[in-house]
Design a protein around this ligand. Structure first.
Ligand SMILES: [Zn+2]
Length: 384
């Protein structure tokens, strides 16, 4: 096996393999994602105080609007969202509403973390649960048509956020995300549009359409808001100037960044957070391995760890040799993850049919073309 994996051509800094379509290497053998990261964040130490001030101004603006809640935090029970909750409640003392979507597959450790986090702060909380049977029906349709059900879940999460924003007129959403920790969204082959129009297009004409069309309600309004926000980013107009009229969604790590091990220490101490299984990544969903495994069926030379390890190397949190070792061990495994087999069995889908759906379906036919163009323009021109 060693000889085989040794022959894979990879970025000399991270471990992304040359088999990825839109990967390019410079004369030092370093990939475009590593160069982009370097370019975007090499001066972070110089701007981090300014970014923190910007973040605090955004929070101040939200407070001054004097709404029932200053901020909404989507809470999954994972480390990033729990850290967002910690910042909003315990550091910045905001009136905070946390919202959790249980897609029927939320793990017990995640539920425990959510309960402990809420015990440790003063946020109110909404739990929106989609019954596992209903979620499964939806996931089955998404799997059959696109080979991927994560978009269905993402839409449900966003719907629960939209619902709470509307009910309480909340001006600001702080998410436990940010460009620096996004491992896959910059890689076009493994990410797709996550808009309500995409969702509506996938379920159109299927058995589940009438049951779930509500999840794409208000799609025109939402997409208009997204476009207005994007235009402001490109032209450097502050998002705070829109907040009174359009709720603003902020990725916390774009303003405040700490390496994840320091965050985990804080959460264990302050929010009674636990990494349960010993893994701090993606402990929140029973199905979490499936999307990563699915990509290995479509793209040669990757494992479920490739993108994540590459991201950690860029952040200086993992040594390349370690990542390669992990990669080689994983490349020699051939069995699909147990949770995938369980999911397929529960939904009466054959493994061969699943592989066929993953390898032959074309997600892009459900992506509205104009939105794809808008996304590309945005990623190209947005200022940071
Ligand atoms: Zn690289």
């Amino acid at each position: 096996m060693k000889e085989e994996t040794d022959q894979i051509k990879r970025c000399t800094r991270c471990i992304l393999p040359a088999s990825l379509n839109q990967l390019s290497f410079d004369e030092d053998g370093i990939c475009n994602h590593c160069r982009k990261y370097e370019n975007d964040f090499k001066n972070w130490d110089l701007i981090k105080n300014r970014k923190k001030e910007e973040f605090e101004k955004i929070l101040e603006k939200a407070k001054n609007l004097k709404r029932p809640y200053d901020v909404l935090v989507p809470l999954s029970g994972g480390k990033d969202s729990t850290y967002a909750l910690y910042l909003c409640t315990k550091i910045y003392k905001l009136k905070t509403l946390a919202v959790t979507l249980d897609n029927g597959f939320l793990t017990q450790p995640a539920k425990d973390n959510i309960r402990n986090a809420l015990d440790s702060c003063n946020a109110d909380h909404i739990f929106y649960t989609i019954n596992r049977r209903n979620a499964s029906e939806l996931f089955k349709t998404f799997t059959g048509r696109t080979g991927d059900f994560c978009n269905a879940c993402m839409r449900s999460i966003n719907y629960s956020i939209e619902l709470a924003i509307k009910s309480f007129n909340i001006p600001l959403v702080i998410k436990g995300s940010g460009r620096r920790v996004q491992y896959v969204s910059q890689i076009k082959e493994v990410s797709s549009l996550n808009t309500s129009s995409y969702f509506a297009n996938v379920i159109r004409g299927t058995d589940v359409e009438s049951k779930f069309v509500y999840l794409s309600a208000n799609k025109n309004k939402l997409e208009f808001q997204k476009i207005v926000g994007g235009i402001c980013d490109i032209f450097g107009i502050r998002r705070t100037s829109l907040m009174r009229f359009i709720p603003q969604h902020i990725g916390m790590y774009d303003y405040l960044y700490l390496p994840f091990n320091e965050i985990v220490d804080i959460l264990k101490r302050e929010m009674k957070w636990s990494d349960a299984s010993g893994s701090v990544e993606h402990l929140d969903c029973h199905l979490h391995d499936i999307p990563f495994y699915k990509d290995t069926l479509r793209i040669p030379d990757i494992t479920k760890y490739t993108f994540h390890s590459s991201g950690l190397i860029r952040q200086g949190l993992m040594i390349r040799e370690q990542a390669l070792e992990k990669e080689e061990a994983e490349l020699s495994k051939k069995d699909p993850p147990a949770e995938l087999l369980n999911f397929l069995k529960e939904n009466d889908i054959g493994y061969e049919d699943y592989v066929k759906a993953v390898t032959s379906s074309d997600k892009s036919k459900f992506e509205p073309r104009i939105q794809k163009i808008a996304r590309n323009v945005y990623h190209r021109f947005r200022r940071y």
